[in-house]
Design a binder for this molecule. Structure first.
Ligand code: GTP
Length: 594
């Protein structure tokens, strides 16, 4: 295709502002999907995505419109996937900034807009859901115009649901988004903006060609790793894969299949070039995915350990950001320490393990990555509280921090500041988007955000606040490890790294919780919370004296046997911590945050 006729664009929006619905309408209006085979959220193929209503994996669809080729590149909307969003944006020249006409601008609207502006994209402001009775198109058109510096009358108004305004929007994309520019006879350079594992075909890599040409049966080179592969198939998605025997030229967007079996061999952000005639410079911006949040994952039934390993191996084929290594816990047995991009990523992985692989899992409380500098100058990277050095030789501890943006109606400013202050936040600034909506920016430790911050924010603002955060380096903090001891023995699964001001609260809560959860034993069981050798909280589980068999009056022998058997069965699901029997449920309950 002549690059002058190509328009590459994406839709950026806050979650639930209607991106998928609008994309569906575009598929229908351009005739790419006929009305009969249309189903809701056509592009979100994974079941789990459809159920949760979130788009995790971006896709690219080619839409013919008015003699032009529009490539619509779907971007994930959630903060955990910022890097993937930025790569998808890099593949475009324009972005539709979609805002719910009943909600207005939200935190992810802003975060995504800033990313799009950084990528130098032409921005098309659009209000969606104008069919809603609660829509306030005039008010929010003004808000949106104020944000990007255009006239309120330049804001398009559409309904992805009814289709109103969608044709005009497509026309507008053709008229205003610049066509791609590249050098046709240069060495090929294509950006990988997504890569998806498919059971039947291996990895499907989505690319945008910047310079040159990629063809079928060509040896290609991945520039970040220097690995070469052969393109077995090359094509476009419209909306099903269609082979393009002529290959992909400047400005084109499509997919390639090389037979690799693992997305880590075809990484998002990498540059593909031709092995025979290689480009010298990679396209800018490649980054290795970096896990930010870690948690231990253990099978509830220890026999399922091999299945858990297999399931993680399989998930990793499809998820270049997932990392894990085996770990052993005295309390929980054999499991894995797993690294995630963020909380949502963690939830998704857990859910997939449980749902797609039928596993029942216990996960330990999530923690971030700490850098510990010892007095002798040695440095440790701690991804697990049990690796946190004890004793007095620590010189400094560094924790990751974020730049967080919260958007909310201005009546909630007080509540939001209180939550952020309580979590060691530092106010960076505050701006009014309109007279009753405010943007508040904080530096917040990531470790404070991953611990039910979002839930608290939602409940204190009746669901009106939205949050977005991005990594912003590290800071020194006074962090300590709190251990929980049963009868003097530390239970590794309950250890946590917390700020020293919160250590006492954590210790007391955990000790209380466990007193409720652990059944009485034949002997007294002290529960202690300690920092090193210093005990900071203590509870007691009193001993049971009565012999359980005494109840049977020594008479009925079959009843006695039944009772003994029942006890034995109960024991199977018990874990021994020293002499103390702890039911599996106690671990599950104590480790769940809600
Ligand atoms: P994420 O993939 O989570 O980012 O969501 P999304 O932005 O793709 O939103 P989605 O298209 O799933 O729409 C969210 C909700 O809004 C759904 O319940 C849609 O039915 C509804 N919705 C989307 N567009 C419109 C619209 O134009 N009018 C009305 N009334 N409802 C809409």
């Amino acid at each position: 295709t002549d690059p002058a006729l190509i328009r590459n664009f994406c839709i950026i929006a806050h979650i639930d502002h209607g991106k998928s619905t609008l994309a569906d309408r575009m598929l229908q209006i351009t005739g790419v999907v006929d009305d009969r085979s249309m189903r809701a959220q056509y592009l979100d193929r994974m079941d789990i995505e459809r159920e949760r209503g979130i788009t995790i994996k971006s896709q690219a669809v080619r839409l013919p419109w008015d003699g032009h080729v529009l490539n619509m590149i779907d971007t994930p909307g959630h903060v955990d996937f910022t890097y993937e969003v930025s790569r998808s944006l890099q593949a475009c020249e324009g972005a539709i900034l979609l805002v719910d006409a009943a909600q207005g601008i939200e935190a992810q609207t802003l975060a995504n807009l800033y990313l799009a502006m950084n990528a130098d994209l032409h921005i098309i402001p659009v209000l969606n859901k104008i069919d809603l009775p609660a829509a306030q198109p005039e008010k929010f058109a003004e808000e949106l115009a104020g944000l990007i510096g255009c006239d309120p009358s330049d804001v398009l108004k559409v309904s992805g649901k009814t289709g109103v305004g969608v044709r005009e929007l497509l026309d507008h994309v053709v008229q205003t988004v610049p066509p791609p520019v590249g050098v046709a006879d240069a060495a090929a350079r294509a950006l990988i903006f997504d890569s998806v594992y498919d059971t039947y075909r291996g990895v499907v890599t989505y690319v945008r060609v910047f310079d040159g040409h990629l063809g079928k049966r060509e040896r290609i080179l991945m520039m970040s790793t220097n690995a070469t592969h052969e393109t077995l198939e090359i094509g476009v998605i419209s909306p099903e894969p269609k082979v393009a025997d002529q290959g992909l030229g400047v400005g084109e967007v499509g997919y390639l299949i090389t037979g690799v079996k693992d997305v880590r061999q075809s990484r998002v952000g990498d540059t593909v070039t031709s092995a025979a005639k290689s480009a010298t410079d990679m396209l800018a911006g490649y980054e290795h995915p970096k896990p930010m949040v870690f948690s231990g994952l253990y099978p509830i039934d220890g026999d399922e350990y091999p299945e858990l390993r297999e399931a993680l191996d399989k998930l990793q084929l499809n998820d270049a950001a997932l990392v894990y290594e085996p770990e052993t816990s005295a309390a929980l047995g054999f499991g894995f320490r797993v690294g995630f991009l963020g909380l949502l990523h963690m939830e998704i992985v857990r859910e997939r393990l449980e749902r797609e692989f039928g596993l029942s899992l216990i996960s330990t409380a999530p923690n971030v990555v700490y850098r510990v500098v010892m007095e002798d100058g040695k440095e440790l990277t701690v991804t697990n509280p049990s690796e946190f050095p004890t004793g007095g030789k620590i010189a400094q501890v560094f924790e990751p921090v974020t730049k967080s943006t919260i958007l909310a109606p201005s009546e909630f400013i007080g509540a939001i500041m209180e939550i952020c202050q309580g979590r060691r936040g530092q106010l960076l600034g505050m701006d009014y988007l309109s007279e009753d909506r405010v943007e508040i920016r904080y530096t917040l430790p990531l470790g404070e955000i991953i611990f039910d911050f979002f839930d608290q924010l939602k409940s204190r603002t009746r669901g009106y606040a939205s949050l977005d955060y991005e990594p912003a380096g590290e800071q020194e903090a006074e962090l300590v490890k709190v251990d929980i001891l049963l009868q003097g023995e530390a239970v590794d699964a309950f250890s946590a790294i917390v700020h020293k001001d919160k250590a006492y609260g954590y210790g007391v809560d955990m000790a209380k919780k466990l007193r409720e959860l652990i059944p009485r034993q034949q002997f007294e069981v002290p529960i202690q919370a300690a920092i090193g050798a210093r005990v900071i909280a203590r509870e007691n589980i009193r001993a049971i004296r009565k012999d359980v068999l005494a109840k049977c009056y020594g008479g009925d022998i079959s009843r006695k046997r039944k009772l003994l058997e029942k006890q034995k069965e109960g024991k199977k699901r018990m874990k021994m911590v020293g002499r103390v029997e702890v039911p599996q449920e106690a671990f599950v309950a104590a480790l769940s945050t809600d």
